[in-house]
Design a protein around this ligand. Structure first.
Ligand SMILES: [Fe+2]
Length: 386
């Protein structure tokens, strides 16, 4: 049993997402003696999805790709890997825009003062652009991917998606192929959504139970069926922000169900529950996860970022298909490792080119309305201008 104090994360107010000041971490060996996954939960109002750091064995030591919050628990697990495989040599921030991946980097760098830090160019922090050293990146040992080359380039192959102009800043992420294991590490662009609740929820199923309910006055009950139902809703919500089957109830109704007996605890947000599912979430969830274990472009990116860069995304997918042998894909969210071959990546690129992009209806309706608002108000550039 890990002590709660070992899971403390004092930097949470910088990005106040569930589970705030206490982060449990699930450590799994993905490829024996080669690759490890460190997962935590991150989310808003219990819409918590797994976020992953991948630890890669490189010659003489370890590389951390997309760090998570370095709690005592995380540092101890890394120390025990260091004892077996050598020191943490490199810490990589592989995205320009994903704040959830950026914030853990400075404290992780402090925890490993000998490690070199590599960051994606053009770091920005909305709403104010701060220079990297102000964000706590150690200037003397921070290097910039692409501009200063790439770390471990004799063992790893790097591939950049973007930069794409977002108006507010830029989107760029670096995929990394670990040739020894055939593992392709990705950040946000592609995901495989677990058909069943990811194992990290075994440490704390609260977010699943919270969403399995139909109204805020129902207590949190724990059964395998309710965990599954909660997971389906949560994945839909995290993917589309407001899926078609979801209605946000009026405030009066919301408050009338709050503070009911059995719900007067912080764990159930005192009965506050701004979700009302119009219809079954099953069909929509199956569309996200079928065929089981397959890759998908993260819907938020497809609708809000990639419409402006269709050819760039397809070119990047084709570039991934041309890499030396790919056997697994390891994204920084949801399921991993996902079995995947070069042929599958090529087929994925073809299918992505052929199918309709980021539609405006159904589950996509809400994302589309955000996008159209941003384009109309001139905050982001229009279609295909990247
Ligand atoms: Fe992310």
């Amino acid at each position: 049993m890990v002590a709660a104090s070992d899971q403390r994360w004092t930097w949470w107010p910088l990005l106040p997402l569930y589970p705030y000041g206490r982060k449990r971490t699930l450590v799994r060996e993905l490829i024996p003696d080669q690759l490890w996954s460190f997962e935590q939960l991150q989310g808003v109002f219990y819409v918590a999805v797994p976020i992953r750091m991948t630890v890669v064995r490189v010659r003489g030591g370890l590389m951390l790709y997309a760090p998570v919050a370095p709690t005592v628990e995380v540092r101890q697990a890394l120390r025990s890997l260091e004892e077996r495989f050598g020191a943490v040599q490199t810490i990589v921030l592989p995205t320009a825009s994903g704040l959830e991946h950026k914030l853990p980097v400075p404290p992780m760098a402090r925890a490993f003062p000998e490690a070199e830090v590599w960051v994606t160019p053009g770091q920005w922090s909305f709403p104010i652009n701060l220079p990297a050293s102000w964000l706590g990146f150690p200037r003397a040992r921070t290097r910039v991917l692409q501009e200063d080359g790439y770390p471990h380039s004799d063992e790893l192959v790097w591939s950049s998606l973007g930069p794409l102009d977002l108006g507010l800043g830029r989107f760029q992420e670096f995929a990394c192929l670990h040739q020894a294991s055939g593992s392709l590490l990705l950040t946000d662009a592609l995901v495989a959504i677990n058909p069943e609740p990811p194992p990290i929820f075994d440490l704390d199923p609260t977010p699943l139970l919270f969403h399995a309910r139909d109204s805020g006055d129902q207590p949190l009950t724990d059964t395998p069926e309710l965990r599954q139902k909660g997971w389906e809703r949560l994945a839909l919500f995290a993917s589309f922000l407001r899926p078609e089957a979801l209605e946000v109830p009026p405030l009066r109704e919301l408050l009338s169900k709050a503070f009911q007996p059995g719900c007067r605890s912080a764990r159930s947000y005192f009965g506050l529950f701004p979700f009302q599912w119009r219809s079954s979430s099953r069909t929509a969830f199956e569309a996200l996860t079928q065929p089981s274990g397959s890759l998908l472009v993260a819907p938020v990116l497809e609708r809000l970022v990639f419409p402006r860069a269709r050819p760039v995304v397809i070119r990047w997918l084709r570039e991934l298909a041309q890499l030396p042998q790919v056997r697994w894909v390891v994204p920084a969210h949801y399921d991993a490792p996902v079995p995947c071959s070069n042929e599958q990546l090529a087929q994925f690129a073809d299918a992505f080119e052929r199918r309709e992009w980021a539609p405006n209806e159904g589950n996509w309706d809400y994302l589309a309305s955000i996008d159209q608002l941003l384009v109309r108000s001139g905050v982001v550039p229009g279609e295909d201008s990247a």
